[in-house]
Ligand binder design. Sequence first.
Ligand code: F6R
Length: 615
Amino acid sequence: MCGIVGYVGSQSALEVVMAGLKRLEYRGYDSAGVAVPADGGLAAAKKAGKLVNLEKELTERPLPTGTTGIGHTRWATHGGPTDANAHPHLDNAGRVAVVHNGIIENFAVLRAELAERGHELFSETDTEVVAHLLAEEFSVTADLAEAMRLVCRRLDGAFTLVAVHADEPDVVVGARRNSPLVVGVGEGEAFLASDVAAFIAHTRSAIELGQDQVVELRRDGVTVTGFDGSPADVRSYHVDWDASAAEKGGYDYFMLKEIAEQPKAVADTLLGRIDAAGSLTLDEVRISASELREVDKVVIVACGTAFHAGLIAKYAIEHWTRIPCEVELASEFRYRDPILDSRSLVIAISQSGETMDTLMALRHAREQGSKVLAICNTNGSTIPRESDAVLYTHAGPEVAVASTKAFLTQLVACYLVALYLGQVRGTKWGDEISAVIRDLARISGSVERVLETMEPVRELARSLAGKDTVLFLGRHVGYPVALEGALKLKELAYMHAEGFAAGELKHGPIALIEDDLPVVVVVPSPRGRSVLHDKIVSNIQEIRARGARTIVIAEEGDEAVVPYADHLVRVPVTPTLLQPLVATVPLQVFACELATARGNEVDQPRNLAKSVTVE
Ligand code: F6R
């Protein structure tokens, strides 16, 4: 939930850390702070509010320069967003500073113990206890890495910790349990961060830290051990995107840039998945064909937008493979004793690969003997590491809190998995699979065309800025699209927005319709499953008769909707199952523009964080 940066090298640590925090601000933005060992002591600054407040503080009261430093951008869990609760937290002597992402569950007990030993704690956070414990252990060991190992063994919960000590000014120590932390290795310098975006401008050489590991960073090298001090095996990897991918590139917001990147993201996610004979080859899916043939149930677990991708995947999986597929919110799944066994295939969808609810769901599934396949956008993150197999989406870094390009690429990955299951199990013929792949290959161009025609959608959004409510209706795969459209509007425009299955209208929601209420309707293709199309046209008539202002998203050439659409948004002709890939795009643009028109922060909506690493 929070963003963490650590640096040791020969550059100004403050500059490196502040630039890194800027890149991580999407992870949390209610307070920020830095600490630098310098001149035999430790200098720290922290401020509630966005990073600019800390920048201002550092201009008004500059810290001494040093070449080792840590920084933090916070999304509050324990204690409100105040200066006192901002990280870093220091011990009473001000010799050790620590930043933290996660939750230390036994902090109350530890705090009471510390108080008994005469420590004074000033914040409401769970983190502050760690600074005091580190100080105690350091006074015995005079070794920050060893002190960290000893402290970590006493902590319960999920945590990434990064610390510096005035007595070891050329060392940064980090620890990781259940929260992300990656190491960057440069020439005579090293970095620690919650996400490679923080150091990508300096190095693309990264090391993935495992569970329960402590890392010690010095200019001349990096040492990784387990919490028990045993040497640890680490995986090094090369980050395959560069600094420009993490910049706004001329757009006002990351979200706009990420919406515009969708044609490429979709195309990239398809790359290299087809062999010379035209068969699907999902090399990363390290679950054998015979195991996949045994699967008698697919269960998809995910949160938020990724959950909506899962809802759409269900239609494709069941249609193409005839395997029953359940889709469940990861936070619900784990606490209801789901029925799973070795023949269940669990698919965990996550952009960040760090969402705690999804991670816990997949762990539960593996404990039941099920195979877990991750669909993920972040190389080296926890969810793919803990899964039996992974299919990476190639969306590139997604920085805006509201997910856009990751969603489209999750859909592509889901379609690929569904087709692959169909191929392996023989429920789809090779030529049928090739035909769908050809349709998928055309989607990139279709999304491009949708993006070129968005000005009327932006205009419409601006005209609705004063409204309180917008409803979204869809049927079949259009229903999860409606849910996604409503979610985008809630999180960005802070408006009341609801998505409904259009067939449910008469069972209650139609009572909400009143004069001039904007209702967005996602209309399926009139081709193929025309029953669906006809039914939704009737639904549009029903709401319009009751005064709704209809905003209709329909395929090019669909004339049946024209008389009932107050606003018509055209999308290219697309097979029904794949239609979410094009129909979602206008809804993203709509929400983004409405948020702008209402003066909201597009990339960092209130109360939200990009990566939800607490339950
Ligand atoms: C909405 C959004 C969130 C995420 C959800 C899951 O725009 O971004 O709903 O989709 O928090 O995150 P990941 O995919 O990282 O597991």
